[in-house]
Design a protein around this ligand. Structure first.
Ligand SMILES: O=C(O)CCC(=O)C(=O)O
Ligand SMILES: [Fe+2]
Length: 790
């Protein structure tokens, strides 16, 4: 039995052993398989790396490629050694390549997309308007080194192809496709758009020169084309969640003031304007007959419509209806019967030559600038090379007589943008005449006749600013209300009143922006504008820690003649009225603020509409520190209709893209010797934004590093290597690109009283918060008084 047992046991053990062996073998087999799989994967990885390396070598041999990709450093991305055992040898640069393509496409659409400029530059973290403090600080280190904001679409694509950022074939194919799209009639190759224009701007080697005055335009047919590869589109508020949009829309509908509403179809709607911007021809380009005919037909059409009652002809309450507070002042005299507008000034003639009168006072012409030693051709005129050796030139105003100052600055090439010959006249196109009726918010008073009858509602929202569109319909300029009378008659007759067709002239007249005597069409008025956007002033800034020489005023545009003399006088009167209301404590919260001190040259009065902007770090009611930026909880007065109409004009005339239509305003009132210290406008506001000048022409300074020279003894005098741009009255300076984000700007102490209106759009998240707060506080005036900030 025992034997048997032993025998049996040994059998069992044998079986156990066998089972054990089978298990072990199975495990070994699985391990082996796993190992083989891993090895195969590794081999595949090497194949992939080899392919990538070979394609890079091919590209490099073909003349493109970025050697840096093989060198280990690509814009801050560490690229591991290809020979290392690390798996992701080339996975690291991948996001970079995607980003590049993304930028390429974004650039290509020719739109001044905020991200194009924001990508590389961090916020000026501190915007201190105080004296002697640290002003807008930059972290330029993050600037993409392949971002040349001065590029036009073609230059950008060529450059990127050259650097291997997009496959050369793709770039070529796209350029060919662009060339194959026929330009609209009358717009075939405006001078300077051909590739040879590259040679016209020798000083700016980083980019192919755009045709004069027309940087960053897309070719016809390329405007909105975006790849379907997930590239982010900047759709403004349209990218908010649907519920947010609905809430916003509902709020805006119920708000008493016309506001710019979220544009749920922003891109599509922007087409018209974008296209009109693209199709502008520079001055001197042959005027196509068919376009002229179209314009004539339009003009006749608009006259006909005004005879049909859309324009206001009969008298009515005057300006005081719109701005009751203004009656306390002696408003600047504006003739009710103005002579027809003079024809556009001949090239080279300045405002004062034409006997311009502003604010009731004749403008004194500044001393004539000395002839430049070597007058060069128009193309080169915009390129003034400041002396390279001069680093921190003290360009203060100390001791200079106006003549000496002008001579010195001119000889140093520091005054730029003062020559009329550099300005171009944008040609309106059919596109500028259509589609703006879809521009929500601003046309709302027009499209919603029911608002016109609800003056009480309007007045509630504009306690001190006048009744807004309701009163405006009765005639801010002494005009009648033919349109509303017609719709009332229609209602009495039991008919549904037809929304009047949008008419820019009528709209501006009813909003109080345009005098009724101005019988020019919108297009004709726009044609009187002179624009310049090839400002050039180089300086060395640190980009990614590496000093680079860039055009720090790239992106600036100056549009002269945005407002005519009567309109300027009218707006100035309105501003005086608002300031008076502010002084009397009639404006909500921080809408109005004045410098505390009596000492001159330390600041300026400001009026803020649409949102409250905190200039310098302060404390809230609980003692918590608040950095500079938009403060949603401080409710200020909404944008008055007059400024809304101004915004509408800026968008309609192509000065600002519709997607960036401002919803806030800061009015700066500079007394003699007042100033605004060096700063970079806060990134709570989108780019581009603009500033409109009134009352007197003063220079604005731009420079990478500006600073107060001696804030205590010489307030309003600023130093640092800089250039100056004269800001004529009625002009609009648009800030974007380097001009907004690399250069600081300031207005040194002014020699005559001056006003400016800075119009900016809040970033989406701020707009939502501000609107929510406006809703919540429901017109309850804040008790907070602006006494501890400037
Ligand atoms: O007064 C001006 O033109 C400039 C104003 C300005 O820079 C600003 O408000 O940020
Ligand atoms: Fe500014």
């Amino acid at each position: 039995m025992k034997e048997f047992d032993v025998e049996m046991m040994s059998m069992e053990r044998l079986k156990e052993r066998r089972a054990e062996l089978i298990r072990t073998k199975e495990i070994a087999r699985k391990e082996h398989e796993e190992q083989v799989r891993r090895h195969l994967k590794r081999l595949e990885g090497y194949d992939r790396k080899l392919e990538l390396l070979e394609s890079l070598i091919r590209r490099k041999e073909a003349g493109g490629g970025r050697s840096s990709m093989l060198n280990g450093h690509v814009n801050g991305y560490e690229t591991p050694d290809p020979g290392s055992e690390e798996e992701d040898v080339f996975l690291t640069p991948q996001p970079l390549r995607q980003r590049r393509n993304h930028q390429y496409y974004e650039d290509q659409d020719g739109e001044e997309d905020e991200n194009e400029y924001e990508d590389g530059y961090s916020d000026a973290e501190e915007e201190d308007y105080g004296n002697g403090g640290r002003h807008g600080r930059l972290r330029q280190d993050e600037v993409e080194d392949d971002e040349d904001p001065g590029d036009n679409w073609k230059a950008g694509s060529t450059r990127r192809a050259d650097r291997g950022l997009v496959p050369r074939e793709v770039a070529l194919r796209q350029q060919k496709a662009a060339a194959a799209v026929a330009p609209p009639p009358g717009f075939d190759s405006p001078p300077g758009t051909s590739e040879t224009s590259e040679s016209t701007r020798p000083a700016d080697k980083s980019a192919v020169a755009p045709p004069p005055g027309f940087e960053k335009r897309s070719p016809p047919g390329f405007s909105r084309s975006r790849p379907a590869n997930g590239v982010k589109e900047d759709r403004g508020l349209a990218q908010l969640p649907h519920t947010d949009l609905r809430n916003l829309l509902a709020r805006n509908r119920s708000a008493a003031a016309p506001r710019i509403l979220p544009d749920s179809d922003g891109d599509a709607r922007a087409d018209g304007l974008e296209q009109s911007r693209r199709q502008q021809t520079p001055a001197g380009a042959p005027q196509p007959m068919d376009l002229r005919e179209q314009l004539n037909r339009r003009r006749m059409g608009s006259q006909a419509s005004s005879q049909n009652g859309h324009a206001s002809e009969d008298g009515g309450p005057h300006f005081s209806t719109l701005f009751p507070a203004a009656t306390k002042f002696t408003p600047t005299k504006v003739n009710e019967e103005q002579p027809p507008m003079p024809p556009p000034r001949p090239k080279g003639q300045r405002e004062w030559d034409a006997g311009k009168v502003e604010g009731g006072a004749e403008l004194q012409p500044p001393p004539p600038p000395p002839e430049r030693a070597n007058r060069i051709g128009r193309q080169e005129m915009g390129v003034y090379q400041a002396p390279r050796m001069e680093r921190f030139a003290d360009e203060g105003m100390r001791g200079d007589s106006p003549d000496q100052g002008a001579n010195r600055r001119m000889s140093q090439g520091l005054d730029i943008g003062r020559d009329d010959s550099e300005y171009t006249v944008p040609d309106p196109t059919e596109d500028s005449l259509v589609r703006f009726d879809e521009f929500l918010g601003l046309s709302i008073a027009n499209n919603r006749p029911e608002w016109a009858g609800d003056a009480a509602k309007m007045e509630e929202s504009f306690p001190a600013l006048g009744a807004g569109p309701a009163a405006a319909l009765k005639g801010a300029w002494g005009t009648g209300d033919a349109a509303s009378r017609l719709s009332m008659i229609a209602v009495q007759a039991g008919m549904k009143p037809e929304a009047p067709k949008f008419n820019a002239v009528t709209f501006e007249q009813t909003a109080g922006l345009r005098p009724p005597s101005d019988n020019l069409t919108d297009v004709e008025r726009r044609q009187q504008m002179r624009s310049k956007n090839d400002f050039f002033f180089e300086d060395t800034v640190r980009i990614k820690g590496i000093p680079q020489t860039v055009n720090v005023v790239q992106g600036l545009e100056l549009h002269k003649g945005l407002l005519n003399a009567q309109e300027q006088a009218h707006i100035v009167t309105a501003i005086e009225a608002w300031a008076e209301a502010g002084c009397a404590g009639q404006l909500r919260g921080r809408t109005f603020s004045a410098p505390r001190k009596s000492k001159r040259g330390k600041g300026r009065q400001t009026i803020q509409f649409g949102c409250c902007y905190n200039y310098a770090t302060d404390r809230d009611q609980y003692g918590n520190q608040r950095p500079p930026g938009i403060i949603a909880e401080e409710v200020v007065e909404p944008m008055p209709p007059l400024l809304m109409a101004l915004v509408h004009r800026l968008v309609r005339w192509g000065v600002l893209p519709r997607a960036k239509a401002p919803d806030t305003a800061i009015i700066n009132i500079y007394d003699v010797d007042d100033c605004i210290p060096p700063h970079i406008d806060h990134h709570d506001f989108t780019r581009p934004f603009c500033t409109i000048s009134l009352l007197s022409e003063q220079p604005i300074m731009f420079g990478a590093r500006l600073f107060p020279i001696d804030p205590d003894n010489q307030p309003g005098v600023f130093g640092g290597r800089h250039c100056k741009i004269g800001l004529p009255t009625g002009s609009c300076l648009v800030l974007k690109g380097n001009g907004a984000d690399v250069a600081m700007h300031c207005v040194p102490c002014v020699s005559q009283r001056r006003m400016s209106i800075t119009l900016r759009k809040m970033g989406d998240e701020h707009a939502v918060r501000v609107k929510a707060e406006v809703d919540r506080s429901a017109k309850k005036p804040s008790t907070r008084w602006a006494d501890d900030y400037e």
